[in-house]
Design a protein around this ligand. Sequence first.
Ligand code: SF4
Length: 379
Amino acid sequence: MSGIYIHIPFCKQACHYCDFHFSTSIGKKEAMVNALKKELAMRRGELGNETVETIYFGGGTPSVLSSEEINSLIQTVFDEFKVAPNSEVTLEANPDDLSEEKIKELAQSPINRLSIGVQSFFEEDLKLMNRAHSAKEALESLKLATDHFDNISLDLIYGVPDMSNARWLENIETALSLGVPHISSYALTVEPQTALASFIKKGLVKNVDDEVAQEHFHILVDRLEKEGFVNYEISNFGKPEYFSRNNTAYWQQKKYLGIGPSAHSFDGTSRAWNINNNPKYLKAIENGELPIEKEVLSVTDRYNEYVMTGLRTVWGVSLGTLEKDFGKNFKKYALQQAEKHIAEHLLYLDGDVLLTTQKGKFLADGLAADLFMLNLSDD
Ligand code: SF4
């Protein structure tokens, strides 16, 4: 089982907090689609005989592509790889691209899951983030999308400066009223080199507050769990049967092929990443070269990744897996490092599986970092 991720590196405008790879020069869209198709063909052998179970269009903003362009990319995947008949095919889309006509066209295509970048239903938050859509567009696109798609996820951002608990709860209630079966929700983070970082530095925007973000997170978990959502990964909430198969495969260390500028791939033992520069990517592909760098993961790297994803998800860190895949010393070390956090009720053992408690969940990344192996050799 494996997946294909296709990165569409274009956005209409730059959101103030974003440090993903994208360009606002949409003029190169057609050339990019052709290059993506060529890269898919060039890498056809990389998945061997494996069946592709998930296809994911991420970005950037994949919904800036026309339905014809999206369909032609999906067709190339079907032509070059063995795709499971019940595969999950997700498109990340922004509300301002989702006209009724576009939604109807997408519903006719193999796309069977939409991930909609709403972020907030409040105008003041959207302005602060410099999103391309309005609160009205967010609501309208979601209403239209639910008429044609059953498997919809929406993104919401919390911990936004000046967002009160009441306003955050209202965002959650609006999402719930739309009946979507999946919500991805992230704390606003201030990445260096972003417009948001510079506004905060100049005192034009208040800094984000970790305590507020933590409070918002707990409001979110409490409210969504009451509605039957499972917080299966720290930022992801799904009704049973609606967990993202694409993301679950990442977290369970399945193979995937990343196509397009800045896309990452994993083949079970090594990670690879494409160049994050559109003109250089286009030139290389035009010349029949793959602009890719590769790193073979050491045992320590694989242990650290397993601990990180394990503590972020409901699957936890299995002590049996630690011993089987990494050896007794890794298991012993993990348990020893976890001890103080178990005493503080941030982690707990369920049989042989180490998990975060409700209180520890928001701190999962820091807890995982405490369990990381830093300077030991791999023998
Ligand atoms: S639409 Fe998404 S990828 Fe594009 S700038 Fe905004 S957050 Fe970043």
